[in-house]
Design a protein around this ligand. Structure first.
Ligand code: LRH
Length: 506
């Protein structure tokens, strides 16, 4: 038979991609849904990039915003490219589509489908003070007890609380989160996907429903959001006019873990039982444990932890740590002043300079906004060794960032385990673009004294694609089948504590 091709639209804060996942028919013949056959092999999924593009924050209408029209144009081109690629690879075109992106941000979309204003980015300063004013209505302890979500300044609820467009918007204007907006543009259907809904800060902890008290605190009502949909359910087919225009079939769009971190953690290649320890490493480093229930204690709140919804009734108990953003924004500053920076060269230089000289706190909200990042990191750096007063070269600065990240990962993973009352797991999985950073993986293994398993790099796209595969019945619907498929499909690298280089493993 022909292989099955699926398309993932995956938007990150600095780049986007349309990926094709190719599932070859299993030699054992298990593409029939596999209800209950617990030992069915799941085959392999090949990952192919159909289209990659940049994503850049810019000022529009006085706010730091996403260029959503440009992104939509790239997505359209990407889908056409994906269809061609799927055919070249021997498939009968793409059979379904799933969309994921960064969390919390939304568009307001009027009754006729017209967007009202820009999609303002979560790093925009409009939310300064918003969390404090919402806290005067519902205090922070109660917010956490109701939702399990950490009070980050950018949560959708605080954005909505200061959104001056809501008053003048037409009645019933639903706020569509970014992936839900793209799904709406593809299908004409309005839904709010559950994993990303949890990042609004208004979903009731552990329930598939909004918290009326939190909606009120944000100054919105339930009608402001489209109906909830769970990851794995079908939204509907691509609109026929659009399908014709793009040269694709009227294939189903499937709700996946539309919060990129939910899809990335779904694709963590863990085989062990017990809580999985992960870092989803991209613009942010999201570090924590996958659990069956949220940790809603006051101590968890005070420690800044959050409980985000995952695919299949899981919870990610995690901490947001500024991640590769610190490096990419520093590079942006050096390049603005004329330097040309190659990331691999920079990391090699960082590995060669003496370590343990400087530290920063990558959980400090002072690093949230863009601009002049290299200067801000150098200003914030504490001296812990050597006799220089501040990091001077890009290599020194990056060394400081990576060592600080590794130590923060150690402290936050220990905190997560303490707060969730679990022992430290035997290994930590690092997935996402940052898993390519071998120096950081080694520093992390050294700091924690446990094994770090790096990869897959494209975890988000893999989580998106494998859930589509399961929804279509192409792999069995049983616990573990997705991670089994991921493990069979990717190369991983293992970093043992105390060593200086990784060893390959399958
Ligand atoms: C990572 C991410 C993260 C959120 C942030 C807004 O891309 O989705 O999980 O906290 O962006």
């Amino acid at each position: 038979g022909r292989p099955l091709a699926l398309a993932a639209i995956d938007l990150g804060a600095t780049s986007g991609r349309v990926m094709v996942g190719l599932l070859r028919p299993s030699p054992y013949g298990t593409t029939d849904g596999g209800e209950g056959d617990s030992d069915d092999p799941t085959g392999r999924l090949e990952l192919h990039a159909a289209h990659r593009f940049e994503n850049r924050l810019g000022r529009r209408d006085g706010h730091l915003s996403w260029d959503i029209d440009a992104l939509w144009e790239q997505v359209r081109q990407g889908l056409t490219a994906a269809e061609h690629l799927a055919r070249e690879l021997g498939a009968d075109g793409i059979s379904s589509i799933g969309v994921d992106s960064w969390a919390v941000d939304y568009a307001l979309v009027g009754p006729d489908g017209e967007r009202i204003g820009e999609v303002i980015a979560y790093r925009d300063e409009r939310t300064d003070g918003a969390a404090e004013s919402v806290a005067r209505r519902v205090d922070v302890g109660r917010q956490f007890a109701l939702t399990g979500i950490a009070q980050q300044p950018f949560n959708t609820l605080y954005q909505l609380a200061v959104d001056d467009r809501l008053g003048s918007a037409p009645a019933g204007t639903p706020a569509l989160l970014v992936p839900d907006l793209l799904t709406f543009l593809l299908t004409g259907e309005r839904r709010t996907e559950l994993t990303n809904a949890s990042t609004t800060g208004m979903l009731a902890a552990g329930e598939n429903a909004w918290s009326p008290e939190m909606l009120e605190a944000a100054g919105v009502d339930e009608g402001q959001f489209a109906p909830l949909i769970r990851p794995g359910e079908r939204v509907g087919p691509v609109r026929s006019d659009l399908a014709r225009e793009l040269g694709i079939g009227e294939v189903p769009v499937i709700a996946v873990g539309s919060h990129d971190t939910a899809s990335a953690v779904l694709a963590v290649p863990a085989a062990d039982d017990g809580p999985v320890a992960f870092i989803s490493s991209g613009t942010w480093s999201l570090i924590g444990l996958e659990l069956e229930s949220p940790v809603l204690t006051e101590r968890a709140r005070e420690a800044g932890f959050t409980n985000e919804r995952g695919v299949d009734e899981t919870f990610r108990f995690l901490k947001n740590v500024a991640g590769m953003w610190l490096v990419s924004e520093s590079i942006a500053q050096w390049e603005e002043s004329g330097a040309r920076i190659d990331l691999d060269d920079l990391l090699a230089a960082a590995a060669a300079v003496p370590g343990d000289r400087f530290r920063i706190d990558p959980t400090d909200p002072c690093f949230l906004a863009p601009g002049r990042m290299a200067d801000r990191v150098a200003d914030a750096a504490r001296v812990i060794g050597g006799d220089e007063e501040r990091p001077r070269t890009p290599a020194q600065l990056v060394r400081c960032i990576l060592e600080s990240l590794a130590e923060t990962y150690r402290d936050e993973l220990h905190a997560a385990c303490r707060l969730a009352r679990r022992p430290l797991p035997e290994r930590l999985h690092v997935v996402g673009g940052g898993s390519r950073n071998r120096l950081l993986s080694q520093l992390t293994a050294d700091a924690l004294g446990i094994e770090v398993v790096a990869g897959p790099m494209e975890a988000t796209a893999l989580g998106n694609l494998t859930l589509q595969a399961r929804a279509l019945g192409a792999i069995p619907h049983r616990p573990g089948s997705i991670r089994e498929l991921v493990r069979a499909s990717v190369e991983l690298e293992v970093f043992a504590p105390g060593e200086r280089s990784g060893t390959s493993a399958r």
